[in-house]
Design a protein around this ligand. Sequence first.
Ligand SMILES: [Zn+2]
Length: 430
Amino acid sequence: MGTRLLRGRVLSFRARPQGADDGDSYVYHDDGAILVQGGLISAVGDYAAVSAEAGDAVTIDHRPYLILPGLIDTHNHMPQMQVIGSYGAQLLDWLNTYTFPAEARFSDPDHAKRISVAYHDAMLRNGTTTAVAYCSAHQVSAEAYFTEAEKRNMLMIGGKVMMDRNAPEAILDTPKQGYDDTKALIEKWHGRGRALYAISPRFALTSTPEQMEASGALVAEHPDCYVQTHLSENHKEIETTLALYPDAEDYLGVYETYGLLGEKSLFGHCIHLSDRERAAMAESGSVAVFCPTSNLFIGSGLFNEAVMRKDNVRTAVATDIGGGTSCSMLQTMAEAYKVLQLQNQNLNPLMSFYMMTRGNAEALKLTDRIGTLEVGTDADICVLDSRATPAMALRMEVAETLSEELFVLQTMGDDRSVASVYVAGEPALP
Ligand SMILES: [Zn+2]
């Protein structure tokens, strides 16, 4: 692995910003540098100081671009790359009409491999170096996912979905098969290289109580794995779920009954939660994952960030492709801003960039490895150009502060703004 000195405008976060001008929340070096050795960050700071200890490292000059931690996407679906932008349906119709048929094709290992390659390319082109993904119910789809991540040495988290009802036969498993396949995948992949496993019952609606019980057993047997599922996205989904689980106190109560809550549990959407559900999320340290482009596109509703914060619910942010419309975390934050505007909440640019980097790393309990640019962490880095398009360059002529620049990037930026990406210190842009 090479030793490299990356020079540019270096920005990272120390803590969650307490307001639009919270200068203590971030570290910024206008002429900064990061020294990368053996896949890790070995020094970071002003260029003059870091270059003095860089020895014969190759210098890569990224000025005037911004150098940030690689972006993190905490919820998306690898088999839905060809579902993005499918017209005219709310959640349950959207699943039945577009998503389930697309996922059925993932029993074919060649198709799974081809889409997994395209998916990882898309992540990197958008500056995303870590994602948490659902694969299809087929074991081969998770194999294709982890194999491709390993080839690129990416820290990727994922799992095959478990689902044994309310979907076409071709994408169902059974409680026993879902358990056995998941167990085998955990044993093979969790902690191998940089891979981490997420136990993935799709949602209560597509799992029988027997399968939920098997999911709970897997969580109890593998407490160091993540858990991912969907929660309270759409009113019809909630109604159907409660009819399927008549004894449950509420939607979250289903997952609670089977022991799926916890600090490594990621619940996608969480749009229509009750007070009790938010209290139980907070108490268990579970994470509510905000997926703005998906929530707007499928018409599911508006994520209430302020009430989550008031009730101490941990949060993360994600694309949720293919319900989401863009693989770009920048575009995701552009829509997050609008979702909160509609509720008279302000999402300031420092907060947006914190959320895509350190915030999501905190949600995943991975700040010792990614999302911070701290010495000793993995050198997963993205380099952003805030003048990537003519319209952005024109707009940037009058931007005076770092915050203004960040807001232009998140509002107008996308994959065209990603100038370079490093994964464990190596150039990784496809
Ligand atoms: Zn999802």
